[in-house]
Design a protein around this ligand. Structure first.
Ligand code: SF4
Length: 422
């Protein structure tokens, strides 16, 4: 068997590491609050934090909000004792008014006045006081500790100790980990059922009262590549993580499903029968966009942590040419199967310095630059075509039925640019 190709991180020429421009983990509240339908996210932060989540979630202004910010002003250490009382009052008022809330997350942020507060203790105190009807947990979405997708990792990792233990005699079960749009989750649930997997659960769960059990008979299949801490704590509960690429594009979805099928002893024949129609639909849908993307040079700034799986999809299914692929962090354990599928010759970098990376991007003049919101407008003004990576988290992109939409997300900016140039 050939050893898989593993491209070097920070390949020649050496890539300087340094400051990045990435939203903080609070941003993930925007998709997490849609997923866990009876949870509430109370950010303990500053006006900046309140502005960030309000503007990121601005489209949901008409919905009954399930997130808010408890704004703390600067105060000295003597004032810290009052904070506990203020927090208790704010949480109690909220829960009296909103009896639909069954899971309250206190979310830490990075202003100095918040760092002084022990939110873990505050959550434990509130949890005890508020009784059995509502669970109170805490995690950090601070920009010092988390990039915007790592906010989901912190949230899910905080849930793991709360998951019930699977009985020792339980039959093997599958736990799919990572927030997926409900429609995608339903599609995967159907495919797993057709493959004959009887017990498949999802984390995050849709309701606080439906926490999936976990134990030594649980196989964990990550649906998102940025869940290193969640995977680690699940392993401490005895679960076994399955190595697989991520379900982006037809090929990624097939290999992801195959990892689960192999763990459960599904025959090749059955796997083929169940997945063939979805594979064919994905192939047809992706092929429609291949003429627009084939041969196009693509440059990734570090942002969503999805960059490596996306580069794999764009190169192998659409014939695009990723020239630089950067992630805030590269977890080689979780990404081993993805790295093995990357084409040779690209520059892979971890946490590159934004200024020097901008210089490389300007020098390369890629056909498409995938980056955060803050970089997109200036680069567009310089005549480069960009794709906001945050959109990939707000759009259902996983699975066979979404493979065409995923390709289109990258084709659309190129089409728009070509129209503007006519
Ligand atoms: S947590 Fe930090 S980085 Fe995030 S919005 Fe608040 S102040 Fe800004």
């Amino acid at each position: 068997m050939n050893a898989p190709f593993v491209p070097p991180v920070c390949a020649e020429p050496p890539v300087k590491r340094g400051q990045r421009e990435v939203f903080c983990g609070l941003t993930s509240i925007v998709w997490l609050h849609r997923k866990i339908q009876d949870a509430f996210f109370l950010v303990v932060g500053s006006r900046t934090c309140a502005h960030l989540i309000q503007s990121a979630a601005g489209v949901m202004i008409f919905a009954e909000p399930r997130f808010a910010t408890a704004i703390l002003e600067e105060r000295d250490l003597a004032g810290l004792a009052d904070i506990d009382e203020e927090l208790d009052r704010a949480a109690s008022r909220l829960l009296e008014r909103r009896q639909d809330i069954k899971l309250l997350f206190l979310v830490a942020s990075c202003p100095s006045e918040v760092i002084k507060i022990d939110l873990v203790r505050a959550a434990a105190r509130l949890d005890k006081r508020l009784g059995a009807n509502v669970r109170v947990l805490s995690y950090s979405g601070s920009g010092v500790e988390t990039t915007f997708t790592q906010g989901e990792d912190s949230c899910l990792a905080a849930l793991v100790p709360e998951l019930p233990a699977e009985p020792a005699s339980a039959a093997p079960s599958l736990l799919v980990v990572g927030a997926l749009a409900d429609v995608v989750e339903d599609q995967f649930a159907r495919l797993f059922a057709e493959l004959g997997l009887a017990d498949v659960r999802f984390l995050p769960m849709r309701r606080a009262g439906a926490m999936p059990a976990v134990g030594p008979n649980t196989f964990v299949l990550l649906a998102q590549p940025f869940l290193a801490e969640t995977a680690r704590v699940l392993e401490t509960r005895g679960a076994k993580r399955l190595d697989a690429p991520f379900p982006l594009g037809g090929e990624g979805t097939t290999l992801w499903l195959k990892a689960a099928a192999d763990a459960f002893g599904v025959s090749s024949r059955r796997f083929e029968d169940v997945t063939a129609p979805g594979r064919a639909r994905a192939e047809t849908a992706v092929a429609r966009h291949a003429p627009k993307l084939a041969g196009k040079r693509i440059f990734f700034f570090p942002d969503s942590q999805l960059e490596i799986p996306l580069a794999r999809f764009l190169s192998r299914e659409l014939g695009a040419q990723p020239i630089e692929v950067a992630q805030p962090y590269i977890h080689r354990g979780l990404l081993a199967e993805e790295l093995a599928l990357l084409p040779e010759g690209l520059r892979l970098s971890e946490g590159p310095d934004v200024e020097t990376q901008l210089d490389r991007c300007r020098a390369e003049r890629p056909d498409l630059t995938v980056c955060g919101l803050g970089l997109a407008n200036p680069l567009e003004a310089e005549g480069l075509t960009t794709k906001w990576s945050i959109e990939l988290l707000f759009t259902p992109i996983q699975g066979y039925e979404q493979a065409g939409d995923l390709a289109e997300l990258f084709a659309r900016p190129l089409v728009r640019r070509s129209r503007l140039e006519v």
